[in-house]
Design a protein around this ligand. Structure first.
Ligand code: ARG
Length: 608
């Protein structure tokens, strides 16, 4: 159960009775929020200020009038009014205790399925397959996967689709490189490696930095030759099509180990090439419907305002239109995206299409969505979910802009795992030195921990930022064992499991026939409350498409947990009922951490 929703429900009937304008009731209810200062209570209702004017009363009097009408209930203690009319709410300990027992037997830990399940298509990852994966696509993959998992957990139908860049300029580069610079023996031995080499080689010949392929100067002779190869491919030239078919398996093979290592499974990978046969029809249809226009020999769709600037004067003020067919007849990224929308709408009938794509493409999506709506897909929620850049720790500039290419992801994950192992060893030694029990692990188990922590570190660091902020890629900070990091959460989980191992307690009973919960110590109460707030966090993360809200929640949970752990004995609790109650809390902490990390696509290990 979502606690916030439950508390709001207490006030709904009273507000409906008192509010002169019923339409405002949802706004008043939205003013019931978690308390800013826990000393004042758990939740706070701030609607009295807004209600004062329409009722012609002072806010504190409004607050008192509302409370006078609040029916007796077993959820909150009698509320108090503070300051200019805030209502402070404190949940009853007995109610919290009862709720927790309910959560303990619930495999979903209190999270209820969405009242109105929707169908989402999530466009994620979308690498350009002809070249080594770029860090920008890493962010799209991680954030997209977390959204897939979170929405699915809430009972929505989610289709993940990887819009592979498997048809663009990069293939022209490979085709050109293969025809003029290939090493046959190298290709036969390891096509993946040889293609990656050719890609970099041609890019260097053309004197281009990574990511500049599309913006190469018109008179760059190498790029002109590459573009020629792309055009021939698109026109169906048999040699180029055959080479494309030969390259594709190798290109996909470059990606697979990374997805495996990241533990990301995407339902579909319908790349740009899949839509090629549909592009001419899309342009014809949009022309026929009066959505696309001819402009200077090309076919364009208007900008989001519906304008195609006609004069230079207009062009200065307006966002540009998007080209869907170039003067030479070539189709574009936009044409492909229009075909994709049509295909997805017809195939999966989604309520929403979410695009987890970097911020630089904002204008593309703005124009695309506006014209897709005019084209008839106006019942679909379209969202571009942009994200910021990963910054190079040395230059503080996006990795993408770095000359010499984006860092290779595989080696980045290797580094994260290596560093995690070092820190694990150091941490274990320190724990041992301070007299704490540390499990004696074999090399294989240590490597498994290093992998879970290393990959988890990279993911958690990314997901704990608000999607749109840039962040510095700092491996040392990411793999830290203290603070809001994957390792810290994974330790917290393993410690919960460790308590059950140490006490030789079977956890099953706590999940099937939970004991009574005793809420005594303030840290116990704070932890109980935080555990019950898990559904609030999951629903907020889904509603805002913001996985970082889960990490905010996890960090608060971890802090409440460590305060509890410092203040209360568990296995050596003062009485058997207290021990049972605390073991239930410990088990729930472990389960909630594990579940929340799983929604973020991060693995836990049983002991560390
Ligand atoms: N391949 C594209 C790029 O690297 C991202 C694809 C995003 N998805 C889409 N439907 N346009 O920029």
């Amino acid at each position: 159960m979502n606690l916030l929703t439950r508390v709001r429900a207490l006030f709904a009937p009273v507000l409906e009775e008192l509010a002169p304008d019923q339409a405002k009731v949802p706004d008043y209810l939205a003013a019931v929020k978690p308390a800013a200062n826990p000393e004042h209570g758990d939740y706070q209702a701030n609607f009295a200020m807004a209600l004062a004017k329409p009722l012609g009363q002072k806010p504190p009097d409004v607050a008192k009038a509302v409370l006078a009408k609040l029916p007796p209930n077993d959820v909150v203690e009698p509320p108090t009014v503070a300051g200019p009319g805030f209502i402070n709410l404190r949940l009853k300990d007995s109610w919290l205790a009862e709720q927790l027992r309910g959560v303990a037997t619930d495999p979903k830990l209190g999270v209820e399925p969405a009242a109105k399940p929707r169908t989402f298509v999530i466009d994620l990852s979308g690498p350009n397959v002809a070249k080594p994966l770029h860090v920008g696509h890493l962010r799209s993959t991680i954030i997209g996967d977390a959204l897939v998992r979170t929405l699915r957990f809430l009972g929505h139908a989610v289709v993940g689709d990887n819009h592979l860049g498997d048809w663009g300029t990069q293939f022209g580069i490979l085709l050109y490189g293969y025809k003029h610079h290939r090493d046959d023996a190298a290709f036969a031995a390891d096509p993946v490696r040889e293609l990656a080499r050719l890609y970099v080689h041609v890019r260097n010949l053309a004197k281009l930095a990574d990511g500049d392929e599309e913006d190469a100067a018109a008179d760059n002779p190498v790029m002109a030759a590459c573009r020629e190869e792309t055009s021939k491919l698109h026109a169906g030239d048999p040699e180029n099509v055959a080479l494309w078919q030969k390259f594709m398996p190798a290109c996909l093979a470059m990606l697979r180990p990374i997805y495996d290592r990241l533990d990301v499974k995407i339902d579909h990978a319908l790349g740009e090439s899949f839509y090629n046969p549909m592009l001419a029809g899309v342009v014809e249809d949009m022309l026929a419907k009066g959505i696309a226009f001819e402009s200077k020999g090309a076919i364009v769709i208007p900008n989001a305002k519906g304008v195609v600037p006609r004069t230079d004067e207009e062009a200065k003020k307006e966002e540009p239109p998007a080209i869907v067919r170039k003067r030479d007849g070539a189709f574009t990224y936009t044409t492909t995206d229009l075909a994709t929308i049509k295909y997805r709408a017809e195939t999966w009938r989604p309520d929403a299409m979410l695009y987890v794509v970097g911020a630089p493409q904002a204008l593309h999506f703005k124009t695309l969505f506006a014209q897709a709506r005019r084209w008839g897909y106006d019942g679909v929620e379209f969202q571009h979910l942009p994200f910021g850049s990963m910054l190079d720790p040395e230059t503080r500039k996006p990795f993408a802009a770095r000359k010499g290419g984006a860092i290779e992801l595989m080696s980045l994950l290797d580094d994260a795992a290596t560093l995690s192992l070092e820190k694990y060893e150091a941490n274990a030694a320190a724990r041992r030195a301070s007299g704490r029990a540390v499990p004696d692990l074999g090399d294989a188990e240590k490597r498994d921990i290093a992998e879970a922590v290393g990959v988890g570190a990279v993911k958690y660091a990314d997901l704990s930022q608000h999607r749109t902020t840039d962040y510095v890629f700092d491996l040392d900070k990411m793999t830290a064992t203290e603070g809001n990091t994957a390792a810290y959460m994974q330790y917290a989980y393993a410690r919960c499991r460790g308590i059950f191992r140490e006490g030789e307690v079977d956890e099953t009973r706590f999940r099937t026939d939970p004991p009574a919960v005793v809420i005594g110590h303030p840290t116990e109460r704070a932890l109980a409350l935080q555990l019950l707030r898990f559904p609030e966090a999951v629903e907020a993360a889904a509603a805002d498409y913001a996985p970082h809200l889960l990490t905010v929640y996890l960090w608060d949970l971890a802090k409440a947990n460590s305060r509890f752990y410092d203040a209360c004995h568990v296995l050596k609790a003062e009485a058997p009922e207290l021990r049972d109650s605390r073991l239930l809390l410990v088990d729930l902490v472990g389960r909630v951490i594990r579940q929340a990390l799983d929604l973020l696509g991060i693995r836990t290990v049983e002991r560390m």
